[in-house]
Design a protein around this ligand. Structure first.
Ligand code: GCO
Ligand code: MG
Length: 402
């Protein structure tokens, strides 16, 4: 199973994606996602300049050894660029191994632990009435878990709230858009949002909410205390988590379940949080945290401490990551929930896949491999476009977390 070629593709069918294709002497190929929103070309260049030359001639079946070679063997460890590049290689190699075994990926991981994967939808309202409509629409599609985000009076643009009907995350052409944040306005409003949704829909629906790293630990504890009576399924990214100890303060003051980790890239980013049972859900993804090989270690560590998975699944992760996540979710014993934000039709044309949604659940397919392919010819019609996520400032102009 000698690797004879590894190629990197950057395309933009409605948004940017970086894709790695590894081919073996036997003609079996594997596909990996290497997309890091707003920093796409850094990963593409890391792969092209520093990883592809090391892969040629290596045995594609030695997934673990290649992982260690790219992690330990590089001296400069971790970081989102490195770990995304490693993930792309790892996923492509798992794809090859599963194709060689003529099995869907979940079989190689250990087989099914469940029949289908529960996913949560996004309901984004410019105001509470609009949010109620969005929640109702999601409920009608069969979702029983819905993330609720609402515009905040007095704040022009709020994270997660896009124009009506547009589900995908903003990544602006040209330079980053600057937005304004007020914690006071948010805290004054968020209880109204939960109260209104509970009043309208009752308590059968699981409600999730993403604070997107905006609060201090003490503010997060206040929000947890305010919202816990509305029984959220989780409160996500209440604070930035570089300082994992921040969660001790939040945890000691509220029973609201906590989710974190979409920006983590290694087991070291979540070790303290998991070992001290400071969180309930770990959101670290295959694409940004070293692939299946590394995420499996994180999930196993988490399982010792009653922490469940709740993988990031926004549309800036390509269908390759979604396909792999669904195989992983189908196997992983300590599964919690999976984020679902459907890709646009053109994205599914560029990345033909065999997974499907049905009534609040997703199902991975039975195709050998991870079940997602890449249409190079079609992708070539959508060249890369520079795009950035917004940045945030406080009302006095201080740069804040977006
Ligand atoms: C989520 C995330 C995303 C991120 C996006 C950044 O919970 O889905 O917060 O929406 O903002 O992935 O590129
Ligand atoms: Mg999030």
């Amino acid at each position: 199973m000698k690797i004879v070629s590894a190629k990197v593709f950057v395309c933009s069918p409605s948004r940017n994606f970086v894709t790695l294709k590894i081919e073996t002497e036997e003609g079996i190929y594997g596909i990996g996602d290497a997309t890091l929103n707003g920093r796409e070309l850094a990963v593409a260049s890391y792969l092209e300049e520093h990883v592809v030359p090391l892969l040629i001639g290596k045995d594609a079946s030695r997934i673990e050894d290649i992982w260690q070679y790219l992690y330990r063997g590089v001296y400069w460890r971790r970081g989102s660029i490195t770990m995304t590049a490693i993930a792309a290689v790892d996923v492509a190699l798992w794809d090859i191994k599963a194709k060689q075994a003529n099995m869907p990926l979940y079989q190689l991981l250990g087989g099914k632990s469940r029949d289908s994967v529960r996913v949560y939808a996004h309901a984004n309202g410019t105001n509470i009435d609009h949010l109620i409509d969005e929640v109702r629409q999601a409920q009608q599609l069969g979702y029983s878990a819905i993330r609720i985000q609402s515009g905040i009076p007095g704040i022009k643009k709020t994270y997660g709230v896009t124009e009506k009907g547009i589900k995908y995350e903003p990544a602006n052409a040209s330079l980053p858009e600057e937005q304004v944040w007020s914690t006071t306005k948010y805290i004054n409003h968020i209880e109204n949002v939960f109260a209104a949704i509970r009043e309208e829909f009752g308590y059968d629906l699981d409600l999730l909410h993403d604070v997107h790293h905006r609060l201090t630990p003490n503010e997060a504890a206040q929000v947890g205390k305010i919202l816990e009576k509305y029984r959220p399924f989780w409160l996500e990214d209440m604070v930035p988590a570089e300082n994992q100890d921040s969660f001790r303060l939040i945890r000691s003051r509220t029973t609201a379940p906590l989710a974190v980790g979409e920006v983590f890239n290694s087991i070291w980013d979540c070790k303290t949080l998991i070992e001290n049972q400071l969180i309930d859900y770990i959101r670290t993804t295959i694409v940004h945290a070293g692939g299946i090989t590394h995420l499996r270690r994180i999930a196993d560590l988490a399982s010792l401490y009653h922490v469940r998975t709740g993988f990031h699944g926004a549309t800036d992760l390509s269908p390759i990551t979604m396909g792999c996540a669904l195989h992983f979710d189908t196997w992983v014993p300590n599964f919690g929930i999976q984020e679902h934000m459907p890709h646009e039709a053109i994205v599914n044309d560029v990345f033909p896949n065999d997974y499907h949604f049905d009534n609040g659940y997703m199902h991975c397919g039975e195709t050998a491999g991870h079940g997602v392919d890449f249409n190079e010819q079609l992708a070539a019609q959508y060249p890369y476009k520079p795009a950035y996520l917004p940045v945030n400032r406080l009302e006095d102009g201080t740069l804040w977390n977006w």
